[in-house]
Design a protein around this ligand. Sequence first.
Ligand code: ZN
Ligand code: ZN
Ligand code: FE
Length: 758
Amino acid sequence: MRRLAVTTWGTVQGVGFRPFVYGAATARGLSGWVRNGADAVRLEVQGPDEEIQSFLSALRAPPAAARIERIDVAEIPARESNGFAILHSEDDRAARPTLPADLGICAACAAEIDDPSERRHGYPFTNCTQCGPRFSIVEALPYDRSHTSMKGFPLCQACAREYEAPHDRRFHAQPIACPACGPRLRLISRAGARLASDEQAIDAAVRALLLGDVLALQGLGGFQLLVDASNAAAVATLRERKLREEKPFAVMFPSLEMARQSCLLSTAEEAALGSPAAPILLVRRRTGDAIAEGVAPGNPRLGALLPYTPLHRLLLAAIGRPLVCTSGNLAEEPMCTSEAEALERLGTIADVFLVHDRPIVRPVDDSVARVDADGFRLLRRARGFAPLPLRLPGIGSSCILATGAQLKNTLALARDGEVVVSQHLGDLFSALGARLLERTARDLTRFFAVQPQLVACDLHPDYASTRLAEALAVEWNVPLERVQHHHAHVAACVAEHGIVGPVLGLAWDGAGLGIDGSIWGGEALLVDGAEARRVAHLRPFPLPGGERAMREPARSALGLLHEVLGRDAGRHVDFAPAQLRILLDMLTGGVNCPSTSSMGRLFDAIAALAGVRCRAGYEGQAAMELEFAAVDAGAGAYPFPLRDGEPAVADWEPLVQALLDDRARSVPAAVISARFHAALVDLIEAIAERVAVPRVVLTGGCFQNQRLLESAMQRLRGRGFDAYTPELYPPNDGGLSLGQLYVAACRKELRDVPGHSR
Ligand code: ZN
Ligand code: ZN
Ligand code: FE
């Protein structure tokens, strides 16, 4: 007879782990107990040696949603012991991030709501230990019902029986509910008047959608706006009201079968769509499908997703056609989470509101991902992934908060060698965005009951995230580390993959402040933890009007050509004569023409010169359309030489000359784009050969370009390099907080180790 004390670390709360332990123990006739702690799940088991061994191996294969990082086992004296119990949670230890992300509806719950004989038939808040809300409803750890926004819904007898029954799928499922005791659905007008309840609310919402109305839906982690995706007028209305001209909308399909009718799906893509995280997946679109052109204008891809809550499932099943499903906000503001806020902020966008009384504790937007040659890749990390922790054994035990970038912001918090990156918070230009950032910083530190000893941010003084970091460092009386933007980009990928030692990091994006005060974005950095050296960069060019160039690719083209042709540049770029004169005067006089080495702006310039796009409706649009335009015609790559120097300079001038020659010969945009992409891959190889370190990281927003990323990875691997790119953290600025945190932690380690200097 043996007795063991076992502690399991990882994502083990709210995922049916204790019922699983209970089942594994009782099936083997073992006695003892299991209990949720704030920092881990603890248990004791007692029984014959053979059964104990078998139990331990079972423990290593937990339920699908659980992730075990470590199991500590200690032999303790056997004692009088009967049966196996699930004990109450202990509150007394410091909280560790052991909380799971929100989980999409599981097959068993889906079958239940479809089954007329079940008491949860048609009930939109059905969930169990394997599915349902988590992060979006949790107020504190440990994860118990009393710490969630379900605390106001006492369990009815039937639910309480399920909650207490060890063999039930709902054993200790914290957010469970049923029509008798749980949240209720209502359809309300813009004025807040009740139009219908429960099932009638869904029916009335469907009727509104079929008439072309815009529906605001209180989803899992915030409000969403829905319209009939096949109704061009409804889609146009939504665009107009939401002030969103061309940026693609995601489409939710009632079923995988219906998604297949509009999208070309691989097996891996189908698996990702149906996974518990159920992200928006960027997939290839079939031509001639039922989706209105205005959903994703000129885009060969579609952001597809499947219903991930019972409410979405019931609504989509009732309407039987795909719906546009986009965040409930105006332009680039944060999502609404409460009914009052939605009525106020979405009152001019939505016609009707489908709401319920389960409060959303924090906004959690849909994640965005794609599956490419290397596998699954996140582009926006939110629902289903945040706040799953990343273990970073290299960073010591310091508590650090990093505040991220200005665009696609996320925060990162480290504690005990583990990092939690917040859900995607969006852009910070609006006051609402900046407020959400601060609220999330305080939410995260309070949630994990920590006080950071160090705050990290970007070098850029005008980011709202930098200003917050400065204020928090003063408030907490702790040091502030400013981390260069592209160093942070590379460091994020190093951290994610646990890479040890120096790497060559290619950080290609739109803009980030460089250590010389100019705008960087086409950078090659030699990064070793706290250290970064700029080893190569794009030859700089002026941007007439600075930030305005982001929306007007033709300005990047003019700036680029002006470097080579002077005022003759105007002959190649399409501007009204008066505006052209002003812009050329600015360039000649060097007035309001900041210099940049940005690869994003080079993409814009090439898109404009290739005739693909001269005005952009949203960030990255020109580059995306240039990527989609490319067709290989065997025309080879443009020359893109890497000039000697420290740092080396990637000279685009021969490329631009060859491109102008192509234009003069009316070479189509498809070929120009293919030759440009091929030139970039050659350049990446040239930089890697020049720097000659075995590990190469490709990151920054430009590497969201699948054509560029896949061919560069393949080329580097073909030349014997280990090529890395972000997978579960975005390559764009959404990954920046992780990188800032990693660099700050490395610098702190260097300072803290006595006698260590470099
Ligand atoms: Zn379930
Ligand atoms: Zn109930
Ligand atoms: Fe960036």
